[in-house]
Design a protein around this ligand. Structure first.
Ligand code: HEC
Length: 233
């Protein structure tokens, strides 16, 4: 608001205050008119322009990758980064609640009368850090690989094994390129140069630690899987 507008507003406010116009119906009427205009414009636009609905839902798909809307990517990425399940409620409910309460209480703990951003270093820094953190998490969330697909380029004869790996749940514990979780298992992007095929096969049959055994895969799929893993160099 420039100073002329501000003065005009203050003058109008003084006059109105003297006349003693009550909130109801005067202000309520103004608000109602604006409310009806906004609703009218939205209704008109939805009737005239319609809503973008995306492709028709396909109930038989097995390859659909659920993704949040872009404005939730930062939360989505936070959940991808946080491994221990105990921490999930902290990230989804705890952190946003703390931030919200801090924002609500802002007028009580920030009594600084200064309004210029440069004279409010703490508030300005906190604001900028929040924006940077959210932008960074949004970027990471938007570029995260699919959780049900391995997007490494492999020679055609290893494609079958790649499919087996993608569909057998390895991604829940291992990372292949930028797909899958970073732990609890080690990254497998170059496993072929770290372990010989026989050792990979042994690991899949008698896995270490919490890893489940994949001995019961059909023999052909099992061999495809071992060949694919050995090809990762
Ligand atoms: C429940 C989690 C989990 C799943 C699912 C899982 N792994 Fe593992 N995997 C692990 C862990 C943890 C280790 C490391 C254990 C240790 O060294 O104590 C491991 C180790 C390995 C190793 C040995 C790596 C090395 O450097 O020694 C290979 C190879 C491997 N996994 C392949 C696979 C493949 C292929 C799949 C899917 C078919 C798979 N894993 C599924 C958790 C898992």
């Amino acid at each position: 608001m420039d100073s002329a507008a501000k003065e005009a507003y203050l003058r109008e406010y003084e006059v109105l205050k003297k006349k003693g116009k009550p909130f109801f119906p005067y202000a309520v009427f103004k608000d109602s008119v604006m409310f009806m205009i906004v609703v009218g414009v939205i209704a008109f636009m939805s009737l005239m322009l319609g809503a973008e609905q995306g492709p028709k839902a396909d109930p038989t798909t097995t390859t659909y990758v659920p993704r949040p809307e872009w404005y939730f990517f930062f939360l989505f990425e936070l959940l991808r980064v946080l491994k221990p399940p105990e921490l999930v409620p902290v990230a989804t409910i705890g952190l946003p609640t703390v931030a919200m309460v801090l924002l609500l209480l802002l007028p009580f703990y920030d009594r600084n009368p200064e309004r210029h951003p440069l004279r409010r270093p703490v508030a300005t820094t906190a604001g900028i850090m929040t924006i940077i953190a959210m932008a960074f998490l949004t970027y990471l969330g938007a570029s995260a690989g699919s959780p049900t697909e391995i997007e490494l380029d492999v020679a055609p004869q290893y494609e079958a094994g790649k499919q087996v790996a993608a569909q057998s749940g390895c991604l829940a514990c291992h990372q292949f390129g930028h797909n899958g979780n970073d732990g609890p298992g080690p990254e497998l992007t170059h496993i072929g140069s770290e372990l010989p095929a026989a050792a990979i096969e042994r690991t899949l049959r008698n896995p270490p630690g919490i890893m489940p055994s994949f001995e019961n895969l059909p023999p052909e799929k099992f061999n495809d899987l071992v060949e694919f893993l050995s090809s990762l160099r």
